[in-house]
Design a protein around this ligand. Structure first.
Ligand SMILES: O=P(O)(O)OC[C@H]1O[C@H](OP(=O)(O)OP(=O)(O)O)[C@H](O)[C@@H]1O
Length: 228
């Protein structure tokens, strides 16, 4: 947990506080219910003074929370189990037929969080490169489970700034016959612009994020992996 030393960082964000108002984007965009613990994780990840060591640790904590809630968007079916005393318990079981897809590079940071919950889940990858000047995205690499069109897909990418990277990645999934409504986008930080763009492009896709805010922490990949 953080210390009182974090408080000045929050103060630095106050001039932008009027932008913190969360718009209602409808039922296709779910924001993780916020609490002090989640806000602290977001604060640490946005703080320029956070060390790389701490950044990875706290990012992994926030990733786990988002992944857990994303899994909650996948289908479950009713089941009955017998307890050690012989009693019957009406429960739920996770349905098979899902897979993860991470968008390289930052999306790979979310793979371990998914594996911690679903040990042997198949995970595909897409590499989308953005042009530094035009921000136009192009696909460099894509590998998926061969029956991906029959699966629900948990698409993982932590930052949506313009939304272009995610829009391009979803286009590739659709080219592989994945239905838009079978995609759950698992994200940490999303700008209102990206939310609108992605939802306009793919109105049937479910999006889960921890925060919608006009400032995108674009340092995420660089700081998490320690590379330029
Ligand atoms: O929504 P978009 O405008 O497409 O942007 C998504 C992210 O991609 C870029 O980072 P980078 O190129 O470093 O991505 P990476 O960390 O995945 O390599 C950008 O700085 C954002 O953090």
């Amino acid at each position: 947990m953080g210390s009182a030393g974090d408080i000045p960082c929050l103060g630095m964000m106050l001039p932008d506080a009027k932008h913190d108002v969360v718009e209602d984007f409808g039922e296709k965009l779910k924001v993780l219910p916020t609490n002090d613990q989640i806000k602290e994780l977001q604060t640490i990840l946005r703080d320029r003074n956070t060390t790389r060591h701490d950044f990875k640790f706290y990012a992994d904590r926030l990733i786990r929370l988002v992944v857990e809630e994303s899994l909650n968007q996948l289908p479950f079916s009713k089941c009955v189990v017998t307890t050690p005393t012989g009693a019957k318990y009406q429960g739920l079981q996770y349905q098979k037929g899902n897979c993860g897809v991470s968008i390289v590079r930052s999306g790979e940071a979310m793979e371990q969080g998914l594996r911690d919950c679903c040990r042997s889940i198949r995970i595909g990858k897409i590499l989308v490169e953005s042009d530094a000047d035009t921000h136009e995205a192009r696909v460099v690499y894509a590998r998926f489970p061969e029956d991906i069109s029959k699966r629900k897909v948990l698409l993982m990418y932590p930052i949506m700034s313009t939304g272009n990277t995610v829009i391009k990645a979803v286009a590739v999934l659709k080219e592989h016959n994945v239905a838009e409504e079978n995609i759950i986008l698992s994200n940490l930080f999303c700008t209102p612009f990206a939310a609108k763009s992605v939802m306009a492009a793919y109105p049937q896709m479910q999006i889960l994020t921890s925060e919608v805010h006009h400032v995108a922490p674009n340092h995420f990949g660089q700081k998490y992996f320690g590379t330029d």
